[in-house]
Write a protein that binds this ligand. Sequence first.
Ligand code: GAR
Length: 190
Amino acid sequence: MPKNIAIFASGTGSNAKKIIEYLNQNARITVSLIVSNNPSAKVLGMAKGKGIPTLLVTRKKLYENEDILKIFNEYSIDYVVLAGFLWLVPMCLVKAYENRMVNIHPALLPKFGGKGMYGMNVHKAVKEAGEKESGMTIHYVNEQYDDGSIVFQKSCTLTDDDTPQSIADKVLSLEHRYFPIIINKLVSIS
Ligand code: GAR
């Protein structure tokens, strides 16, 4: 039986796309569901184009009851990946997917993490702090923002000429390169 992944994404979905394309080579892992809280997220169109079911969630739908867990069970979801999802994951999923749910963060945690630290906010903070390096972190998800144990990090060097946008570009290219590979490994051994 192939293992089924659900990806939560609320933005462009470039990481989700890279993961889907990379896993196409692995018949034992399927991206079976894309979950988003943003009806205009590009990721939804991308998923539909690839024939992957999508689920739009509201805060009510996510936090008021455990319906999301029932849906994940219907899709036989084995592993959960957060790729640009900015809300806290409900407790029922944190518990059900302990050590089977990872998030990507666009900085070297534990620095530059926590509530409000997403996207360009992170890269602006890195620039303002005069950091000589930044990078990507993949970590297990717990009930707090950017707090679970770290699975993988990769850094890139920054220079004085870097801007928040150029830092974002450097980090995103690391994410595209390593995130699919790490997901493939983690899901394979889970
Ligand atoms: C990624 O850079 C990811 O690290 C970041 O959102 C971006 C999503 O890009 N996540 C966070 O900031 C979470 N705190 P994408 O939609 O193009 O994959």
